[in-house]
Design a protein around this ligand. Structure first.
Ligand SMILES: Cc1ncc(C[n+]2csc(CCOP(=O)(O)OP(=O)(O)O)c2C)c(N)n1
Ligand SMILES: CC(=O)[C@@H](O)[C@H](O)COP(=O)(O)O
Ligand SMILES: [Mg+2]
Length: 647
């Protein structure tokens, strides 16, 4: 099945292949990617769309001397297969297996780690500057999608690169899709280039046409030459990029390997910043993905024959409950508007968008703009709900601080994917939001213990006259019954779920269930643990927590979040400020990046399980042991690398 692919141990091997063999290789690559993602899940459609493009890049350029940077990196599977990772490919996105994104630690061909969008042009410019300062050789190529090009950093970098003029190539992989439909004026511009036949004429053809205009043709040409780039405003495609200082090549058929090789070779010879505009089809070669590229953008396991995605049985996801509740609330309150940064499906915003198209804003991959704009919407009396993944909200920290909270604008942040997200790994886990939000004055931050509490929290957030964040995890809810009537959750009030005199476990969000299970285990051993559902990260329920601390003298905190600056840290601060003497153990993620793997395996790894919470609580109840015993394994020593050393 993979007669050719299995022989490719590095990109140099491609040079030996005939055109027919390269076609066969493209087929094999598609088969392997379809088969592997059908078992492991993954970003299928983006990768099927770049098979020929990746082959062309590795045929023309010499990686790793020439540096290929993959924007987002979700489309780097073909690159991985061509750079010596075929044998390991079956471990894609699996625990301790190959990552779903480029990783420098995985291969010398992975030049720059990615996962978050729109960084490639900026990185490429950095590499180009470094090469030129160090007087080295080598091409630098950023491969960026039309969706990623809507991101601010990409536009900032284009602006800078066009001005700087250093040699670099931007390959724009235009498949007319982000995850959902791409949005924005740039996207409209790109589709004009695609669809207007005039744009497919090259400069020479256009010159010939003008020359033939009776009596004035040659005169017009002379004038245009004098005006330097003259008439390109009329007919030359990619004028926008040309005006920004790039030489534009394209648009070219991204599935025609011969044409791609030719254009890439030309791009190589040209000086200065070059933009190669490549037209591809997302999902190319697998009918279900071609028909439904949004579903197969990032997909769970599916049946290859039918294209049916295997559904997780069980309760509705937190995202679904958020989505339903928002719709319900929006029907009653027309001030509610919805905002997403290119994630309408993932955040559950699509039903809202369909029901209230004029009240819905997809801003593209532009989290900063989403938050900044929402502040203004809120100041005008509307109630914006910004539905955003925790990891992507990191992009908009300053807007939360400067535009929303400083003005006390009543924006609701529906922070999805708070916690471990699983197979996407270190770039995508939502493990920092409590730390980067809880120190911002005016912001209220809550996290529901289950999907029922989520609906009440959303309702509460929309009634509150200030900025509020509601954080909830990826995946299915607990399976509790949803109350029909929505009620207010008193701001800053936690919930004592269980009395106990030996110690108190204070948990937040999805960890509350684990804390309750731990308390069950402890009870069987005769240890009576109280359990508090904190509900609020900010403001903390001072009264309840201080009372529990005074009564039991021992607190274990549990959070699916980094320990540094997290929820447990907030409890420690509270106890210190209130002058309460109490032994505290914090369970959460230590000071390291969490790799990819299933949520359950990773929770096990980091001790976010009932048995580990019970173990820590037991130790605390028995004696005041040192903090070091909380972790299952001692932390790896940190090696500080000095210049010239690798870490
Ligand atoms: C900062 C950030 N926001 C959102 C995302 C989620 N995301 C991943 S890929 C993608 C769409 C990218 O579209 P495009 O660049 O056109 O690539 P395609 O999948 O079409 O090949 C989005 C929105 C992200 N990775 N990073
Ligand atoms: C590459 C990327 O950033 C997204 O496609 C992300 O993988 C989506 O994650 P979910 O599967 O959690 O929606
Ligand atoms: Mg795209």
């Amino acid at each position: 099945m993979t007669q050719i692919l299995s022989q490719i141990s590095n990109p140099g091997d491609l040079q030996k292949l005939t055109a027919t063999e390269l076609d066969q290789l493209a087929k094999e690559i598609r088969e392997v990617i379809i088969q592997t993602t059908s078992e492991n899940g993954g970003h299928l459609a983006p990768n099927l769309g770049v098979v020929e493009l990746t082959l062309a890049l590795h045929l023309v350029f010499q990686s790793p001397k020439d540096k290929i940077i993959w924007d987002v990196g979700h489309q780097s599977y073909v690159h991985k297969l061509l750079t010596g990772r075929y044998n390991n490919f079956h471990t894609l996105r699996r625990y301790k297996g190959m990552a779903g994104f480029p990783k420098r630690s995985e291969s010398e061909h992975d030049i720059f780690n990615t996962g978050h969008s729109s960084t490639s042009i900026s990185a490429a410019l950095g590499f180009a500057f470094a090469r030129d300062l160090k007087k080295e050789e080598g091409a630098v190529i950023a491969v960026i999608g039309d969706g990623a090009l809507t991101g601010g950093i990409a536009l900032e970098a284009l602006n800078h690169a066009g001005h700087a003029g250093n040699d670099m190539i931007v390959v724009l992989n235009d498949n007319e899709k982000s995850i959902a439909d791409n949005v924005g004026a740039m996207s409209t511009y790109l589709s004009r280039i695609r669809t207007d036949p005039r744009y497919f004429r090259n400069k020479e053809e256009v010159e010939e046409i003008v020359r033939r205009i009776p009596s004035i043709g040659s005169h017009v040409l002379k004038v245009m030459e004098k005006m330097k780039d003259g008439f390109k405003h009329l007919v030359v495609p990619g004028i926008l990029f040309e005006e920004l200082g790039f030489s534009y090549l394209g648009p070219i058929d991204g599935h025609n390997l011969g044409q791609l090789r030719e254009v890439m070779t030309n791009a190589c010879r040209l000086k200065g910043p070059i933009l190669v505009h490549v037209l591809t089809k997302k999902g190319k070669g697998y009918a279900p993905a071609e028909t439904n590229p949004s579903v197969f953008h990032g997909v769970g396991p599916f049946d290859v024959e039918t294209g049916k995605v295997k559904k997780n049985p069980g309760p509705p996801t937190y995202t679904q409950v958020f989505s339903d509740t928002l719709l319900r609330l929006a029907r009653e309150d027309e001030r509610i508007v919805g905002v997403t940064a290119a994630m309408p499906d993932g955040t559950g915003m699509t039903p809202f968008a369909r029901a209230f198209p004029s009240r819905f804003f997809d801003v593209g991959i532009a989290e900063q703009h989403a938050v900044n704009m929402s502040a203004a919407l809120a100041l005008q009396g509307l109630r914006p709900v910004v539905a955003i993944y925790s990891t992507f909200l990191q992009r908009a920290y300053d807007q939360v601080f400067h535009d929303v909270c400083l003005q006390r604008a009543p924006v609701v942040f529906a922070i999805d994917r708070g916690g471990i997200v699983g197979d996407d790994g270190e770039t995508h886990h939502g493990l920092f939001d409590i730390a980067f939000l809880r120190h911002i004055p005016e912001l209220v931050m809550m996290a529901p213990k289950d999907e029922n509490e989520l609906q009440h929290m959303l309702h509460t957030a929309l009634e509150y006259e200030g900025p509020v964040a509601v954080r909830y995890p990826r995946g299915t809810g607990v399976g509790v019954t949803l109350d029909e009537e929505l009620t207010m959750v008193p701001i800053g009030k936690g919930e004592l779920l269980r009395q106990g005199s030996d110690l108190t476990i204070v948990a937040i969000g999805a960890m509350v269930g684990i804390a309750e299970e731990a308390a069950d285990l402890l009870e069987a051993e005769g240890i009576r643990a109280a359990v508090v559902n904190a509900r609020f990260v900010k403001p903390l329920d001072k009264e309840l927590i201080v009372k529990q601390a005074r009564e039991t003298g021992k607190i274990v905190t549990v959070e699916e979040h980094v320990l540094a600056g997290g929820f447990g840290s907030a409890i420690l601060e509270l106890l210190e400020m209130e002058g309460v003497h109490c032994s505290v153990r914090r369970i959460g993620i230590p000071d390291e990046y969490v790799q990819h793997g299933t949520v359950s395996v990773l929770r096990e790894d980091y001790g976010l399980t009932a048995s580990n919470v019970a173990r820590v609580a037991r130790e605390l109840a028995d004696t005041d042991r040192s903090w070091a015993s909380i972790r299952k394994a001692p932390p790896a020593p940190i090696k500080i690398a000095f210049r010239g050393e690798s870490r």
